[in-house]
Design a protein around this ligand. Structure first.
Ligand SMILES: [Cu+2]
Length: 271
């Protein structure tokens, strides 16, 4: 009897905690409202199943409690019940997985007008690269990482010369324009995650992963590394600053190109 009551309280407590929790997600600042909807569907299904199963258990504890003169009946198999439980579980699991497949397909198919932005992870900092005036990122390879080219941008690819290289600083992006985020890692697994954009993806040394999003709010949003990447993992932070178009152009005008950075390195070295 006491256990049945505790079970009911666990269900009520869980529902209240969910409804009143202060640790809810941050306000969304991208187009990925779909991802929130998918999570809400999962909460509804898992919440309903959790409440149903635990309340059923409490009911059984109460209804079939020991009473003098009552004897338990043994019913080893019930084909009809098993059939309905199997169908119910299959429908529930499919309802949780199907929306995710639809959202994922959209997440990795950038629109044709999305601008390329490269994010490079390394222990334990973020760097960024934007295509220059030619609109194309130059070739990059981890084997080309050197003092002259800390991100491994090839000095021989003409498309790379005008690339804007932003090292250990904030990335600025214009509001309302879709971006294709190209993710690279120079050393170990990292994961680029900005909670307000609802978007994250692993960065794998030797390959380029990508997703896209459209920032919908101006402001400063913190980047977290969401893949345990060594002792400095927790301090691997940065910011994405979403600007108005004019602020973005002003910021872009102050950034240095790969060619200018390489020239400055050589000038330093020859002093
Ligand atoms: Cu990391």
């Amino acid at each position: 009897m006491v256990v049945a009551l505790i079970l009911v309280l666990i269900v009520l407590g869980s529902l209240l905690f969910h409804a009143l929790s202060p640790w809810w997600w941050t306000p969304i600042a991208s187009n990925w409202g779909y991802i929130d909807s998918t999570l809400v569907i999962t909460f509804w299904i898992t919440g309903a199943v959790f409440s149903g199963v635990v309340l059923f258990l409490a009911y059984c504890l109460f209804r079939f409690r020991h009473r003098a003169g009552h004897k338990a009946a043994y019913d080893p198999e019930n084909k009809r019940l098993e059939l309905w439980l199997t169908i119910g579980t299959a429908v529930g699991v499919a309802a949780m997985l199907a929306p995710g497949l639809v959202v994922w397909a959209r997440f990795v198919h950038p629109p044709a007008d999305a601008a390329d932005v490269e994010v490079v992870g390394q222990q334990w900092q973020w760097s960024f690269r934007l295509p220059g005036a030619d609109g194309r990122l130059g070739r990059a390879d981890n084997r080309l990482v050197s003092a002259d080219s800390p991100l491994g941008v090839s000095p021989n690819d003409p498309h790379g010369q005008d690339d804007v290289v932003i090292e250990a600083d904030d990335l600025h992006l214009p509001v309302g324009r879709p971006v294709k985020v190209l993710l690279r890692s120079i050393d170990v697994l990292h994961d680029f995650y900005v909670p307000q954009f609802r978007a994250k993806m692993d960065m794998i040394p030797g390959s380029v992963t990508y997703f896209w999003f459209t920032p919908t709010q101006t402001g400063t949003f913190e980047i977290l590394c969401a893949e345990l990447c060594g002792v400095g993992h927790a301090v691997m932070r940065g910011n994405v600053v979403i600007d108005s178009e004019a602020d973005y152009q002003a910021w872009l005008g102050q950034q240095q190109t790969f060619a200018a950075l390489a020239a400055a390195q050589h000038a330093d070295a020859s002093e």
